[in-house]
Design a protein around this ligand. Structure first.
Ligand code: 13P
Length: 278
């Protein structure tokens, strides 16, 4: 499986800064068949930003879309217009959209359907609040996957990505422990297999997001059902982001060679052996 390293840059950059950031990403991210990069810059920079991306493994996406492709919806962004612009991804259901803009599983599910209908790929965010952190996180993730994706069980797996982003781990100092992320991503994989069937359910990429830093990448990516990362603040530094893509490509290569951890730089602590991927 090709890994996916995404970044949601939220509203951290202005228009010109976003264009500079996209150009720097295109310069720094390594072009590889083993790992893709999906960049979600501020919305208005997508139009001109698209021309700054030339590497075949880098895609752009919108941080939100409307649940309809056309009609009387003042101020909304049509997924059809994104398609027209050649923007392949829509990020849907991010915690901040739920927290500040009242999105619910029901509205997010509608957005997923609209985006898929318009031919976009969807990156769907799930994850529990702090009160579920120590008990019931897996069940919460499974229930969210059911509510968000069961209505689109015929969607091609390459058009879906699930981002597991525990809400308590977003915008803080430390990412969730890899063991916690592993348990929840395993539960998500089980639910995806239930909804999409064994073959398609195993092809959908599951990525971890929430305060990821460069030094977290290798430990997270060696977990069997973590097929990439979704990065916020740490990706403002494009060289950092590019290094994470390199680490993902190394892990993908190790997987192809029969599983196991990718070789790390000598200064890093050794890791436990990794189970083969599903
Ligand atoms: P941070 O990496 O800044 O915590 O943001 C993560 C995130 O919300 C990605 O969608």
């Amino acid at each position: 499986m090709r890994y996916l390293i995404g970044t949601n840059i939220k509203m951290y950059l202005g228009y010109r800064e976003s264009l500079r950031w996209l150009a720097d990403m295109n310069r720094d991210v390594p072009e590889t068949d083993l790992a893709d990069a999906a960049l979600f810059p501020p919305m208005l920079s997508l139009v001109n930003g698209r021309d700054l991306i030339s590497k075949r493994n880098i895609s752009l996406g919108a941080q939100n879309v409307c649940w309809s492709h056309e009609g009387p919806y003042t101020g909304e962004i049509s997924p059809l217009v994104l398609r027209e612009l050649g923007i392949p991804y829509a990020e849907l259901g991010h915690h901040e959209r739920r927290l500040y803009f009242n999105e619910t599983d029901r509205t997010v599910a509608k957005k997923i359907s609209a985006a898929l209908f318009c031919g976009l790929k969807t990156l769907v965010c799930v994850g529990e609040d702090a009160d579920r952190r120590d008990s019931g996180a897996e069940e919460f993730a499974r229930d969210q996957i059911q509510a968000l994706l069961a209505g689109n069980s015929d969607a091609p797996p390459e058009r879906l990505v699930v981002a597991y982003e525990p809400r308590w781990a977003i915008g803080v100092a430390e990412a969730a422990p890899p063991e916690h992320a592993r348990r929840c991503c395993d539960a998500i994989r089980g639910k995806l297999v239930e909804i999409f069937g064994p073959e398609n359910g195993r092809e959908i990429r599951i990525i971890y997001g929430g305060s990821v830093k460069l030094e977290d990448a290798a430990d997270m990516l060696e977990q069997k059902n973590i097929n990439g990362l979704f990065i916020g603040r740490a990706a403002l530094d494009t060289k950092n982001f590019a290094k994470v893509v390199e680490i993902a490509a190394r892990q993908a290569e190790a997987d192809q060679n029969g599983g196991g951890a990718a070789r790390r730089p000598a200064s890093k602590k050794p890791r436990a052996a990794k189970k083969p991927r599903l």
